[in-house]
Structures are given as structure tokens and as C-alpha cells.
Ligand binder design. Sequence first.
Ligand code: BG6
Length: 484
Amino acid sequence: MNKEKISPHTVVIFGATGDLAKKKLIPSLYRLYSQGVIDEFPIICVGRKRMSDEAYLKFLDIGKYDKDRKKLKKFVKHLRYIDVDLNKSMCFELAEIVQVFDKKCGCAGNKIFYLALPYFLFGKTIGLIKNCGLLNGRGSKKIAFEKPFGSDLKSAEILHKQIGRFFREEDIYRVDHYLGKELVENIVALRFANSLFEHLWNTDSIDNVQITLAEDIGIENRGGYYDKSGAIRDMVQNHILQLIALVGMEPPKSLNADDIRNEKVKVLKNLRSVRKKDLVIGQYVKDPDSIGYRNEKNVDKKSITESFVAFKTYINNSRWRGVPFYVRTGKRMNKKYSEINIVLKDVTCGIFQRERAKHANVISIRTNPKESVDFLFNAKIPFTRNELKEAVMEFCHKCEFGPNTPEAYETLFHQLLQGNQGLFTRWDEVKASWRFVDNMKRMIKNKRIKLLPYRANSEGPNESFSLLRRDGRNWKNIKRRFAL
Ligand code: BG6
């Protein structure tokens, strides 16, 4: 992988004792370091808990990053842990450490603040960054926010105003890690660099689009957050709407961040609000292997939070006239997989019309468990005249590009350090997404949409199947042979 070396920045991570920092952020920075993309990069890890640098490294389980002890030892020299109380308005120690490291690394004042914190701490943290003088002096000052950016449109607007007092939009990076996934980034290339696909990417050829982000895990230790959020805010407002935007957008003028985001936001603004009959929400109940949602830690025993949602929507424009987008996502489903299936219309030529085995053609983009782009088509069975069998042309990403597909956060950090906002969401996208989600949440409340129980480790409520069956369709289940 050829990645350009990047000029040094001081990276300050707030929320450094969280799961995200431990599992994704610091390991991604290590990978960039071990590939030589970043070099003299101080990483200042800020958390609430008091602990020494040694204890922090133990918490990170840094020994597991690499067998190359020498390299690890060198990397660790760039890491510092410091505890800061966000409730205090000053932080002399942090300011001093940042200053010392900045001089040492020749970072010329370039700083990145990464807020891996819940959104209600964003305002306080920015206040602290400002009061500590971390925004003073020369050099660029970029800030990244983990999702969710607010809990509804109103709270997002308040945040936007608070942040806007100190940062310009071009210095703000709102993270949606799905945008850092290689196969998601590849949607633009798949569509606009291939005449085969781009020619048929419209209502004339496409019957429907299906997006499934299924997870087999429950809510793990995140009950406090998840019970307030639910699947709609946790997955739809960001990942799913971004996927719809990428699949649905018109060709951007260029690959510049704003040209792509200009097109994505048009899709988000043109999404039809979900109707009552087109929405299914569910919550998992126990099965022999797993506890039910309401018995998870930090979840209300009478919780009505949805851990599953399925719905149908449309993009109101001429390219997508009449093409339904079916979506489903849920926790504690029978397996983890993420795919986008573009289901094509039937051919009009009638010679194979009566063959029962005939399948719709499907272009399938999969990010999990293995990255692939596959094409489902009909093949004639040898020694028959007209008997058909479904066949899959598989493009296994790792087989082509090698096993080291960058992790989403590695790609995102790389772009962030380079100052490229293309893989981060712009304010107007976030605003349009919250509007869509707020409408859905309002409808659930006002129309009293029933929360359906589904067995843990299942495919979700049966009603999600009826959503398509009613339209004479089914969720596609593509059996791959190679990229399993
Ligand atoms: C996060 C959600 O944004 O995405 C989690 O908060 C979810 O609840 C995760 O588990 C799924 O991401 P991925 O990359 O594992 O599909």
C-alpha cells in the first residue's frame, strides 16, 4: 500500500481510556507508524482516570500490536497518558505537555484533537481546549468528533453552534467509520469508473436496493448509551444513510471532498420519509445462548428501545423513480454481515421466462465478513437446453489487493492527517440525516408503532420479511463460493 508520508502533527485523543481508543484508534495509529506514514508523531492520550504511562500501555495491551519489539518500543516513546478533569476549566499540565512535544517533534503547531467521547461532552472539551491555549499560535488545528453527533437535530444544531465558535467547517471532521471501509469507498469507483454498472444504475434497470447491516453481538458494555439511542440513531442516522447516499448519488464533478458531499447531501434531502406500514422495529428476547435485551447491563427492565429496525424508503428523483430501498439492521442476529444488494429488473426477452430456477441479477457489495463485490447471474446447466442455475461471479478484494486491507480507522486517520475531508460528513449531511431520523422517531411515537420481540440469534422479526414479501420480493441471500 503506497501511502504518502505526512507532516508531523501532535495528536490529542480525548476519551483515551474508552474501548474505541483501545481497540481502534491507537492500533490504527500504530499501523500507520509501522508503515512509515507517520514518524515523529506525539500522541497525547487524555482520560479521566488517574494512571501512569505504564498502566496505560498495559490497558492498551500494546504488546499484542506487533511481534517486532524494537518497533513497538520506538512507537511507545511517542505516547503519553494524562488524566484531565473536563469539569475544570483549566489544564496547565496538558498544555505544557502538548507544548513540549510540539517543540520536540517539529510539529510547527499542527494539532489534531480527536474527541472519542459522548456528544454531550463535546462542548465542555472544546471549551477546555480553548482555555488551555491549545488553539493559539501557528499551525493547523483540526478537530474530529466520533459519532453520534447529537441525539436529534436540535441537539446537533446546538453542538454545531458551539463548535463553530472556535473551528471552521474545513477544520471539522465528523467521523462515520463506514466511510473509511475500503469497499464503501470503492462504491464511487465501482459506479463511476465502470460503464457496465453506471449505465444500468437507474430505475430502468434496477428493481430494488437492499441494505443489511446485521450484527451477532448484543450491546456489550454499552447499555447506558444504547438504551437511549437504539438501532435507528446508532446505525441508520449515520452508516445506513451514508450508504444510501453513496449508492444513490449523481456523478460528482470530481473526487474532491465537497463535490462528493454536494451530491450525497442531495440524496439525503430527497429521501422520502418512512411510512408507518413500511417500518418494522424489534427488540431481542432471550434464547438458550443469550440473555434478552432488557436483561442487559444498564438497560431499563421495561425498555422500549429498538435493537432492530427494517424499513422501506425511496429517493425522490428521476434516476430512482419507483425503486424501493429496503434496509435492515439489528443486534443479536444470527450472523454478522454487511452487504448492499442491487437487484436488477427481469429481462424483457421472454425465451427463458418460464424457467423456475431463473434468478434476478444482483450486484452485491459486501464489507463483512469478507470484502467482495459479486455478481449473481443465471448460467445454463450443461447438457440441458434451457435449464438455469444461479451462479456468482466473485471479486474477492483481498485476493486481488493482498490481505492487508486497511482498517477503517487507519484510512480515516490517514485522511484526517492529510486534511482531506472526503471521508467525513459535512454539517448539511448530518442535518439532513437527523431530519430523516427525527421524522421516523416521531412517527414511531405518534402512531404507536409496535415493538416486536425477536429471538436472539435469529434473523430478526418475521415482519421484516413481510415488508418485502408484500411487494413480491425477498431479502437476497447470496451464496458465495470463494470469498466466504
Ligand atoms: C457503530 C455502532 O457505529 O458501528 C455499533 O455504534 C456497531 O453499535 C458498529 O456495533 C458496527 O460497525 P461494524 O464496522 O462492526 O459493522
